[in-house]
Design a protein around this ligand. Sequence first.
Ligand code: KIV
Length: 271
Amino acid sequence: MSVQGEIKRVTTNTLQSMKQHGEKISMLTAYDFSMARIFDDAGIDVLLVGDSASNVMAGHETTLPITLDQMIYHAQSVIRACQRCLVIVDLPFGSYQGNSKEALISAIRIMKEAGAHGIKLEGGEEVAESIKRITGAGVPVMGHLGLTPQSIYKFGTYAVRAKEEEEAEMLMHNASILQNAGCFSIVLEKIPAALGGRVAAELKIPVIGIGAGMHVDGQVLVMHDMLGITKDFSPRFLRRYLNLYDEICDATKHYIKDVKSRDFPNEGEQY
Ligand code: KIV
């Protein structure tokens, strides 16, 4: 039987145990009650209330504009839906980079106001002090290295990170700093598969990949991409499990036609 099959509520310890037993961790993003309920019922291990809400929910070009209050609103909706999975919430841009006290205050707001089970933040050595302070207050922290979208204006591109040896070594170094600072897990985004495997092999904590190859301890995708709601985003790492954009579009056209033709509602669909 799988580690996760035996438990009632996924915790950070469950993820650690899954890594030790070689059981892969499944993670998706979620931003609202209805979708989170479906994912939780389906048995997802972790839901991430990602700051990608800024893109897929609010329509911004980057993750930078979303606020802490908006993240808390999304997180509250997701938390209300989940009985089994672990729910982690992104600290948005501007809510933790100032100093470790600001980071702790933001993390505490997410824990108290949303009832989250932990937070995620982006960066390496520069956020280590904040991670120590947040974990010191009893809040589990997930790290995020590789392509870190909150730094998009520094990178200037969404291309694969750490292809060159120097950046790969720096990522390795930062990953062990995050582990030593107290992170219970790390997300690696858009890096070569071999490097993802190296990080997962060298760290004791679970490493979850998005575009980080098959050798990491688990996978995460943005729900809108996985379900095919987004149409124009097709990176190599993405596997679409549905084409909801087309299905919803067809259903909507069908509905419009039925309304216009007076087919809907019929005798049985009225009081
Ligand atoms: O915000 C987000 O969706 C994320 C995932 C890409 C890991 O951070």
